[in-house]
Design a protein around this ligand. Structure first.
Ligand code: GTP
Ligand code: MG
Length: 424
C-alpha cells in the first residue's frame, strides 16, 4: 500500500524545506476524492449563485437597455428626469434561471449622474454605496452568531462612456479614479452605433491611453489559466467594449434578430461584426464571473478590510516590529481600553470633587454675605427701634406736659369763673 504522508512526518523547518519534503505518492487504490469537484458543483447548484452589477453612466446613456439585452428581460423602465439635484442609486434584484442554475442578480444603476451643474461630488454616492456593502460584509464577519447573509458587494462596475468620439470627460476620470480600488471597472462605449467604423478604434485607443495616463486601474482579465487565457487576451484587445443595446426583434432576411433598425440597415446586437455586445456578455457571464467575484473578495474587499482594521487599531506587527497575533492585539486593546476607562473615571472623579469644592466655597461665600446682610438689617432694625423708643418717650413727655397744661388751664378757667361770679 502507498505510504501516507501522515506516516512520515514532515520536518518542522522553514516553509521551503517543508515543500521539498512533500512527497508525491502514487495511489494504488481508489480513494474517492476525485469526486470532490462534483461535490462542489452539487453544493453550489443547490445554493445558487449571486452576481451584483453596478451601472454608472449619464441619464439616458442606455444602462437599462443594455441590462435588458444582457439578461433578455424587458423591464420597460421609465426614463429618468434630467433635473435631479444630486446623484442617486436605483437597486433592482432579479432571480434568473438557466437550465438548473439559479442566479440572484442585483443591478444598481445611477440616477441623475452627470446632470448637475456642479459635478464635484457626483462620485460620492457611488463610493459610499460600495463602502457600505463592504462594511456590511465586514460587520457580518465580525459577528459571533452569523445568520444567512446575502453578499451585496458589487462584483463589477460597467462604466458607460458617452460616444463622443473625442475623449473621456473629467467626470468619468474623477469617478473612475475614486472607485478603481473598490470595484472591478469594465469600461464600455455606450450607443456605439453612433460612432463610425473608422473613428471607433481611434476612440478606443484614446480612452485606454487616457486611463493609463491617469493611473486608473480597470479590471484585468485573468490570463493564468490556459483555457481562458486566449479568450481573455483577445477580450483585452477589444477594451473598452463598444456596446449597443436593444431588445427589439428585427427581421433580417428570413431571420429574426435583436437589433436596431435604421433607414440604411439593421444593427444586430448579437453580431460580433456589428458591436462588442457578445464579447461583453461572454466576458461577464461565461468566462470571468467567478474571477470577478474572487477579485472583489481577495483584492477590493481585502483592501477595505485592512484599512478598516488599521483604523480600529489592529496591525500585523507589535511595538517592537515583531509579528503579533489577532488575539494578542485584542488583549492589548482590551487592556488599553480598560486602562483608559480607569483613567477617565479618575479624571471624572477628580473633576467632580473639584466641582463639589468650588460649590462649597461658593455656598460659604453666599452664606457669609447673607449673614452680613442679616447683621446689617438687625442693626438697622435696632437703631429704628431705639429711634421709635426715643420718639415714644418724647411723646409721653409731651402728653404729660399737655395734661399738665390742660389741668392748669382748667384750674385757671375755674378760677376766672369763680372771680366773675364773685364780681356779680
Ligand atoms: P435612465 O435610466 O433614464 O438614466 O436611462 P438609461 O441609461 O437607462 O437609458 P435607457 O436604456 O432608458 O435608454 C435611453 C434611450 O436610448 C432609449 O430611447 C433607448 O432606446 C436608447 N438606446 C439605448 N441603448 C442604445 C444604443 O445602444 N444605441 C442607440 N442609438 N440608442 C440606444
Ligand atoms: Mg434606466
Amino acid at each position: 500500500m502507498a505510504e501516507s504522508p501522515m506516516n512520515k512526518p514532515v520536518p518542522n523547518d522553514e516553509d521551503t524545506d517543508k515543500e521539498e519534503n512533500i512527497r508525491c505518492l502514487t495511489l494504488l487504490d481508489h480513494f474517492g476524492f476525485e469526486c470532490l469537484p462534483h461535490q462542489l458543483v452539487t453544493k453550489y447548484m443547490k445554493e445558487g449563485f449571486s452576481f451584483n452589477i453596478l451601472c454608472v453612466g449619464e441619464t439616458g446613456i442606455g444602462k437599462s437597455t443594455l441590462i435588458d439585452t444582457l439578461f433578455n428581460t424587458n423591464s420597460k423602465e421609465h426614463k429618468s428626469s434630467h433635473f435631479h439635484s444630486t446623484v442617486g442609486l436605483k437597486i433592482q434584484a432579479h432571480e434568473l434561471q438557466e437550465a438548473n442554475v439559479h442566479l440572484k442578480l442585483t443591478v444598481v444603476k445611477t440616477v441623475g449622474y452627470g446632470d448637475q451643474i456642479n459635478k464635484e461630488g457626483s462620485y460620492r454616492p457611488i463610493v459610499d454605496y460600495l463602502d457600505a456593502q463592504f462594511e456590511a460584509y465586514l460587520q457580518e464577519e465580525l459577528k459571533i452568531k452569523r445568520s444567512k447573509y446575502h453578499d451585496s458587494r458589487i462584483h463589477v462596475c460597467l462604466y458607460f462612456i458617452s460616444p463622443t468620439g473625442h475623449s473621456l470627460k473629467s467626470l468619468d476620470l474623477i469617478t473612475m479614479k475614486k472607485i478603481d480600488h473598490k470595484v472591478n471597472i469594465v469600461p464600455l462605449i455606450a450607443k456605439a452605433d453612433t460612432i463610425s467604423k473608422t473613428d471607433l478604434p481611434m476612440f478606443k485607443s484614446k480612452i485606454m491611453s487616457e486611463l493609463a495616463k491617469q493611473g486608473i486601474q480597470i479590471y484585468q482579465f485573468p490570463v493564468d489559466d490556459d483555457v481562458t487565457a486566449q479568450t481573455n487576451s483577445l477580450m483585452k484587445a477589444q477594451l473598452p467594449f463598444a456596446v449597443v443595446g436593444s431588445v427589439e426583434e428585427v427581421k433580417v432576411g428570413r431571420r429574426t434578430v435583436r437589433g436596431r433598425q435604421y433607414p440604411w440597415g439593421v444593427l444586430q446586437v448579437d453580431n460580433e461584426n456589428h458591436c462588442d455586445f457578445v464579447r461583453l456578455r461572454d466576458m461577464l457571464l461565461c468566462t470571468n464571473m467567478e474571477d470577478l467575484k474572487e477579485q472583489t473578495h481577495t483584492l477590493h474587499y481585502e483592501h477595505y478590510r485592512s484599512v478598516r482594521l488599521k483604523q480600529m487599531g489592529f496591525s500585523e506587527v507589535g511595538p517592537n516590529n515583531q509579528p503579533i497575533s489577532f488575539q494578542e492585539i485584542y488583549e492589548a486593546k482590551r487592556q488599553e481600553f480598560a486602562e483608559q476607562c480607569l483613567r477617565e473615571e479618575e479624571q471624572l472623579k477628580h473633576k467632580f470633587m473639584q466641582r463639589v469644592k468650588e460649590k462649597e466655597i461658593a455656598f460659604k461665600e453666599t452664606e457669609r454675605e447673607l449673614q452680613e446682610q442679616f447683621e446689617l438689617l438687625k442693626r438697622i432694625q435696632q437703631e429704628e427701634t431705639m429711634k421709635l423708643e426715643e420718639e415714644r418717650r418724647k411723646l409721653d413727655e409731651e402728653i404729660i406736659e399737655f395734661y399738665k397744661m390742660k389741668a392748669a388751664s382748667e384750674s385757671l378757667q375755674a378760677q376766672l369763673k369763680r372771680d366773675k361770679e364773685r364780681r356779680k
